[in-house]
Each structure stands twice: as structure tokens, then as C-alpha cells.
Design a protein around this ligand. Structure first.
Ligand code: BMA
Length: 825
């Protein structure tokens, strides 16, 4: 196949103004306007309003390219392919209208051989205003959905978050955001390849299904199985597999089956390696290779284990026969301006997931299907992907046109992604089974019917044809579908929002034993340096200022952070301390939930917190902000997702929420330690714990060897500590293995704000690639910052029992180091 990318000489204009500016393709309209000085930074203060207004207009992309006929002379057909257009586009080649496209989630192809001209050709794409489209569609249908976004958003197959979300600005950009290519097809091309795996003792059989599109005398849809039909007798494929160690083997003559001996299995992060096998399928017409499909696959079995048990029904990832506890967060698109996304940036983000011991990410349904590179990197890093189809928080009008559009969207994306080792499940939508059952946005009975058609009929039917191997789950959350109590704590996955949206205290997490928590979250401010990129007015750096509240999209969210903060911390005296306290609050809240879920491993098998990342600088639930800065939560995640983790279920003032001004004010003071082991090997760890005074001196100490079988959680006996002075004494705990501390923490029995900390006199210095912090007393949640607030350290926001702590620098320069702890709030 001859390939020619059409990425040069693009220009863009507002159709009404006809003032052309250079544009990048792949790219987006906002970026072209920004780079041409025709709009201002849409993230700055409230520039969002102006930016949104720009999308009331239509824009035209135009390029002129040279078509060299000789290069394509052996081609029966030439196809113009757009991997992604956002969203409504009218396409013209040499003034011939090729058609209208109406989904950013699809690939669009047009046969253009007859239209192409020798030499110069003009290609134009007119991007129609998404806002006008939505307004007209809303007028027509009055369908309802998430109120944070533009009315009518559900009618356009455009990433929903672009029109505003409770963490996202309304910046409904558009553009040609993926490659544009001319494809010259000689006889035939590979439509797609599906590879099934059969795992047997000591070997894996690969069963390839090779779909070929012939250009000569094609059958109705132009597709057939290579080497299997009469028409394609001349077509044949060969397959070359390159093993992880570089060994290559080729199978000729359209093999039905390929045997891989001594297979090296792919494992999620923390459980083993991620060996990848390269599979290259060459389509041959006679002796000539006419097309190639080359991808990396991982050898593994992957499904969800669902079985009735004493609590209800299990819901756990099962990989290579083992049930795995999923640890990770929900992923949203990385930017509002898609031109700014890149393989490098995604790698950087996903690397932070691996560093924080994730084994799973959920691609949430209100964005778009990520680029191939996202999944390539997940394959390499061992991150299992929970993949939503792109439907979230809305009813949809299943007209025949909408149905045809989404059917093709499913096929395109399933074919594109189904070979990935990391793809662990497909999921119909975000939260719509719950909302439909509750009737939240239902205005017509047909919407309930359409819900069932879409997620329980159409998608399963398409998956049966294109990816029967990957597990399908109708919605998140769900208990299996048909509106059967979708958010049931005892079955399937759960979105738990009583903490945060329901204003419940963190201790509330312990009341539930979900089978798989796929969303629960708490917000925090991103670093001050991140917030300084949206304003230069120092008065705006205040939690309740106009600019901060423009960058907080969950109504009243900053006030909510302050309300929760009041319970845990003293009143922060400056903005920087407020940001710090908000991050500790978030980190502790989520830790409270995750440690509890992991202690109850077996019953609960997943902790996916909301949310990993941001698409602009914003106050949100993320643990890594728009610029890649880690909030305290991400360091906590590294600790609470550690493969072997020691945690403490304490009973304290916090867990009973007692009012100290009540008469007979008393509460239980006890600890119950637990070691959970999310590895495939049995572990023997030494658990040490101590009661200490505020200066960190030990009052009492205990040690115990604990055997923790692979993939299990083990409780130690509960210890009552009625005598402990909750203002002046605390408990520290450590798990040791091979003379190293592998997991540790401390627990206090009052609120962090009431503890009588001594001044830990923190100091910080560097030695080579290490930072050394020293403390003269117990120091809680020690934070190390450099002047640009962009260090990534081996650990941060940790508790210290006085003494020295050495921390490796993973990224960033240790210049202008500052250090503080809860004592400073
Ligand atoms: C959820 C998500 C998002 C939302 C988040 C925070 O349930 O699915 O729709 O952004 O909660 O409210």
C-alpha cells in the first residue's frame, strides 16, 4: 500500500472573515488561533468565555498538495483517510464534496482516485460550529443530561468534557486532530486482524482472523477472509512473530493457527513482567506484499471473575487464572486543546501511575477513545485498561442516524484496540444505568428503551462479532445490567460519592465493603505554581476568589474543601498552607478508603479512585495536575497501592466523630494492623509498632512475624490502648522484609489539628541525587518543595519519628528547597 501523509501547508480561517492563519494538522482550531495571536490563553482567568464564543463560528481548513500519479500507478483505488475529525466537517477535494462527517470517534475514508488530479490538489475541511449544532438538536429533542455542560451535547459524537464538566472548562474546540493520509491500494488491503489466544500447558495458540478488503471484484462490503474465498485465491498472508528476546519465526500460506512454545506471559504491574510479542501480518498478492499489519500483543488470559458468594457476587479481574486486586484511578482526557497531547506527554503521565504502583486505569466515558500510544504504553507498563465506550451522564436519542453512527464508532474502535494486552474490559457507559433507573434525566419512555438497546443489545452484538474475547460490562457502575440495582454494594462495581458529594466524613468509607470501587474521590487544590499560570493578580490567589472559583467546576467545591478542612486542620494562615492542607485532606480521605478496601481483599477487589489527571489547571479530584505535578495524594497512592502494604484500622476520636463538649465524652482507642500482599509470592514480614510521645521517644514497642500468603490480606490482633494520651502520644508502625522497611505509617487518636506537636525543627539538604530531611520530633505529613514545585521524589508527604529521612530525587532540580509539616498549619 502506498501511503502519503497530508500534513503540510494547512491554513485555517473563520469562514466569515476569510483571514487565513497557518494551522497544524493533526491539530486544533484553538491552537492555530493562539499561535497566530488571534485568541488569548483560554485557561487564563475567565478567558474561557471568549474562547467558547469562537466556537459559535464555522472554520475552514485548507491545504494544497502535490499528487504524484506515478507513485500510485499500480493502485486500483486511492483512499483519503481521516483518523479523526472534531467533529462536524464538510470535506471537499478539488471542489468536489466528498461528504459530511459527524463523529470525532470514527475513522472517515473516501475513495478519491477519480477526483485526484495530477499535480496540485486542494483539500478543504469546513468544521461547523458544534455549539450551533447542539442548540438546534436541543430545540428538536429536548434530551437531558449533565447540567454542567452545554444543552444538546449528547446529540453530537464529540467528547462531552469539551463542553464543560464538574472539573472541566467549556472549551468546545474543533479541528483535524488525527492524521490525514492518502492510501493507494494495490489489489487489496488488510481491513483488520483479530488474534485470539488459546492458552494450554506450555504453549499458546494464536488464532488469527485476517480480514481483507479487495479492490478488484469485491463482495458486497468489500471484505472477506484472506485465503479463504475463491475471489481471493491470489491473496495470501504470512505471519512473522518476533518474541520478546528478538527471535523471529515466519508462518507462510495463510496459517489458521500459530503455536508459541514456552510462552512468556504478560502480567499487570506488580505481578510480573510485560513481555510483548510483535505480530506482523503481510498480505501478499502473488509474490508482492501489498499491505502490512504490525502490532504488539501480550500473551495472557484476561477476564472478570463473577461468582455468587456469601456477600453477594464477586467482581474481580482474573489474569492468567489469578484474581487480582485492581489499583488505580480514573483517566480523563489530558488536555482541552488536543494538539498539545503527545505520546511523550501520555508516557510521562502513565509513568507516574506505574511509579505509584497502579495496575489499572479506567478510561472514563465522557472523553474520547485515546490514541494508540495510550494503549501501547499501558501494555508496556502493565496497566490494565477498563475501557468505557464514550457515553456519560446523559440520555441519548437513538434515531436511525445516531444508531448507524455509533455502530460504526464501536466497530472502528474495537478493531483498533482489541489486540492490546492491557485491554481488560469494555464498559457500555458512565453512570447511565443508575441515572436511567433513578429517572434523573428521563423525559420520554423511549429513552429507557434506547438505553437497553444501546448498552445491552447493540454493543454486545457488535462485540460478539468483533471482540468476543474481551469481557463486557454494561455500565459503570453496574451489577450486570437490566437496571438490577446498578450501584449494589454487594455486586459489580460501585461509584461511591457519599464522601464529597454527600458531605459524609472519611470514616464513612469503612461502613462499606464494596466488591470493586470504580469511583470515589475528594478534591484538592493543585500546587500554587500551577494556579499562578491562570492569574498574576495576587488577590486572586485566595480559595474563594473569582478566578479560583472559575477554576473550580463543582459548584461550591472550594467551600466544601474548607468545610472538611475545618474538621481536620487548624485554619491555614496563608494560601500556600491552605493548598497544602487541602492536599493532605484529599490524600488522607482516599487513603482511608483504599486501605480499608485492601484490608478486605477477597471481598473487595478494586480501588479505582476518581481521578488521575486534569485537562487544564483546575481545582479538582486529580492526584496529578495539568502540569504533571503530584498532589500529596499521588504519594499516598504510591504507599497505599504498595504491593505489600501494612495499614492500621484504628478506632479514635475521628472514627466516632465525638463532640468533646458533650458530657461523658469518650471513645475507643485501639489499633488493628493488617498486611495485604498483592504479589504472586508468599511473604514473611516483621511487623513492628510502637507507642511514642510527641518527641518520638518510644513508650512501648511490639514485634511480630507475619506470614502473608500470595494474594491475600492478613489481620493482626486488635490491641486496645485505653491509656494512650490522644493529644501527646501516637502509634508508629512498620513492616520489615530483608532488613528494609517496605511499608509504614503513623496514627493519632484525635484530629490532626488537636495533636500537641512539638516543633520538629525540620531541616533539608541534598547529597547527590538524595534529599535528606531531619526532624527533632514527630513530624506529620512532611512536604518537600523546590522553588518551581515540580520535584518528583521517591517519597513525600510522609510521617517522621524524628531523625533523618533520605529521599531519592526522581525528577526535577532540588533548588530552593522548603519543607513543612502539619505543625506549620
Ligand atoms: C463521577 C464521574 C464524573 C464526575 C465525577 C465527579 O461520577 O463519572 O461524571 O466528574 O463523578 O463528580
Amino acid at each position: 500500500m502506498v501511503k502519503m501523509q497530508l500534513h503540510e501547508n494547512w491554513q485555517l480561517c473563520n469562514v466569515k472573515e476569510q483571514e487565513w492563519v497557518p494551522a497544524q494538522v493533526p491539530g486544533d482550531i484553538y491552537m492555530a488561533l493562539l499561535q497566530a495571536g488571534k485568541m488569548e490563553d483560554p485557561f487564563w482567568e475567565d478567558n474561557e468565555y471568549q474562547a467558547k464564543a469562537l466556537m459559535e463560528e464555522d472554520y475552514e481548513y485548507k491545504t494544497v498538495f502535490i499528487y504524484d500519479e506515478t507513485e500510485f500507478e499500480n493502485c486500483q483505488e486511492v483512499i483519503l483517510r481521516f483518523d479523526g475529525i472534531d467533529t462536524i466537517g464538510d470535506i471537499y477535494l478539488n471542489e468536489c464534496c466528498l461528504g459530511r462527517v459527524e463523529s470525532m470517534h470514527r475513522v472517515w475514508e473516501f475513495p478519491v482516485k477519480e477526483i485526484l488530479e495530477k499535480g496540485e490538489n486542494t483539500l478543504r475541511v469546513i468544521i461547523r460550529s458544534p455549539l450551533k449544532f447542539m442548540a438546534a438538536a436541543y430545540e428538536k429533542y429536548k434530551t437531558h443530561g449533565n447540567e454542567d455542560t452545554v444543552e444538546g451535547f449528547m446529540h453530537l459524537r464529540k467528547a462531552h468534557y469539551m463542553c464543560g464538566w464538574d472539573w472541566g472548562a467549556c472549551l468546545p474546540d474543533g479541528g483535524i486532530f488525527r492524521p490525514v493520509t492518502l492510501l493507494g491500494v494495490e489489489h487489496a488491503r488488510l481491513d483488520s486482524v483479530y488474534i485470539r489466544q488459546i492458552h494450554e500447558e506450555g504453549k499458546v495458540l494464536l488464532i488469527p482472523e485476517v480480514d481483507v478488503e479487495t479492490m478488484d471484484e469485491a463482495d458486497e462490503d468489500g471484505c472477506e477472509k484472506a485465503g479463504k474465498s475463491e475471489q481471493s485465491q491470489l491473496l495470501e498472508y504470512e505471519i512473522t512473530v518476533t518474541e520478546p528476546d528478538g527471535t523471529k519465526t515466519t508462518w507462510e500460506g495463510s496459517p489458521d493457527e500459530i503455536e508459541i512454545d514456552h510462552p512468556k506471559l504478560w502480567w499487570p504491574n506488580g505481578l510480573g513482567e510485560q513481555p510483548l510479542y510483535q505480530v506482523e501480518v503481510n498480505l501478499k498478492a502473488g509474490n508482492q506484499i501489498v499491505d502490512t499489519w504490525c502490532r504488539k500483543i501480550g500473551l495472557r488470559t484476561m477476564t472478570m471473575h463473577i461468582e455468587k458468594d456469601q456477600w453477594g457476587e464477586s467482581f474481580a479481574h482474573e489474569v492468567n487464572g489469578y484474581q487480582i486486586f485492581a489499583m488505580g484511578a480514573d483517566y480523563i482526557p489530558e488536555d482541552n486543546l488536543l494538539q498539545r497531547t503527545s505520546r511523550e506527554r501520555t508516557r510521562e503521565l502513565l509513568l507516574q501511575c506505574k511509579r505509584a504502583n497502579f495496575n489499572t486505569v479506567r478510561v472514563w466515558g465522557g472523553g474520547y477513545y485515546p490514541e494508540d500510544w495510550f494503549y501501547d504504553i499501558c501494555d508496556e507498563l502493565g496497566l490494565m485498561v477498563w475501557q468505557d465506550f464514550m457515553f456519560a451522564c446523559s440520555m441519548y436519542e437513538l434515531t436511525p442516524e445516531f444508531e448507524a453512527n455509533i455502530r460504526q464508532e464501536f466497530i472502528d474502535n474495537i478493531k483498533r484496540l482489541r489486540h492490546h494486552a492491557s485491554l481488560s474490559l469494555w464498559c457500555g457507559n458512565n453512570e447511565m444505568e443508575t441515572f436511567t433507573q433513578e429517572g434523573t434525566w428521563v423525559t420520554k419512555p423511549s429513552e429507557v428503551r434506547d438505553y437497553l438497546f444501546m448498552y445491552e443489545r447493540i454493543i454486545p452484538e457488535i462485540l460478539r462479532e468483533y471482540d468476543p474475547e474481551t469481557f463486557y460490562w454494561p455500565a459503570s457502575p453496574s451489577s450486570g445490567g437490566s437496571f438490577d440495582n446498578p450501584n449494589d454494594p454487594n455486586r459489580g462495581d460501585v461509584h461511591y460519592w457519599e464522601v464529597w458529594h454527600g458531605n459524609k466524613p472519611f470514616a464513612e468509607y469503612r461502613k462499606y465493603f464494596f466488591r470493586y470501587a470504580s469511583e470515589f474521590g475528594f478534591q484538592a487544590f493543585p500546587s500554587v505554581k500551577t494556579l499562578e499560570t491562570v492569574t498574576d493578580d495576587p488577590r486572586e490567589l485566595n480559595p474563594f476568589s473569582y478566578v479560583m472559583e472559575k477554576h473550580q467546576r463543582n459548584y461550591g467545591g472550594n467551600g466544601k474543601i474548607a468545610k472538611y478542612m475545618q474538621a481536620a486542620y487548624r485554619y491555614p494562615e496563608n494560601f500556600s498552607d491552605f493548598v497544602y492542607a487541602s492536599q493532605l485532606l484529599q490524600a488522607d480521605g482516599i487513603r482511608y478508603g483504599v486501605e480499608h478496601y485492601r484490608r478486605n481483599r477477597g471481598r473487595c477487589m478494586g480501588a479505582i479512585y476518581w481521578q488521575l489527571n486534569d485537562c487544564w489547571p483546575v481545582i479538582s479530584w486529580s492526584s496529578v495536575d495539568y502540569y504533571g505535578r503530584w498532589k500529596a495524594l499521588h504519594y499516598y497512592a504510591k504507599r497505599f497501592f504498595a504491593p505489600v502494604m501494612l495499614s492500621c484500622e484504628e478506632q479514635s476520636w475521628m472514627t466516632v466523630e465525638a463532640d468533646m463538649n458533650r458530657q461523658h465524652f469518650e471513645f475507643e482507642k485501639s489499633i488493628r494492623l493488617n498486611v495485604t500482599n498483592e504479589t504472586l509470592t508468599d511473604r514473611r514480614v516483621l511487623v513492628k509498632w510502637a507507642v511514642r510521645k510527641a518527641d518520638a521517644t518510644v513508650l512501648m514497642e511490639e514485634k511480630q512475624w507475619v506470614e502473608v500468603p500470595a494474594l491475600s490480606a492478613v489481620w493482626l490482633d486488635k490491641v486496645e490502648l485505653p491509656q494512650i494520651d490522644c493529644f501527646n502520644e501516637y502509634v508508629s508502625y512498620e513492616a520489615w522484609e530483608d532488613d528494609q522497611v517496605i511499608s509504614q505509617g503513623t496514627v493519632i487518636f484525635s484530629y490532626p489539628k488537636y495533636f500537641h506537636y512539638l516543633d520538629p525543627k525540620l531541616t533539608v539538604r541534598t547529597e547527590g541525587d538524595e534529599i535528606i530531611v531531619s526532624a527533632s520530633a514527630y513530624a506529620k505529613s512532611v512536604e518537600i518543595l523546590n522553588d518551581t514545585e515540580d520535584l518528583i521524589l521517591e517519597d513525600n508527604y510522609f510521617d517522621m519519628n524524628a531523625g533523618e529521612q533520605r529521599i531519592k530525587i526522581l525528577q526535577g532540580k532540588p533548588e530552593g528547597l522548603r519543607v513543612r509539616s502539619v505543625y506549620d498549619i
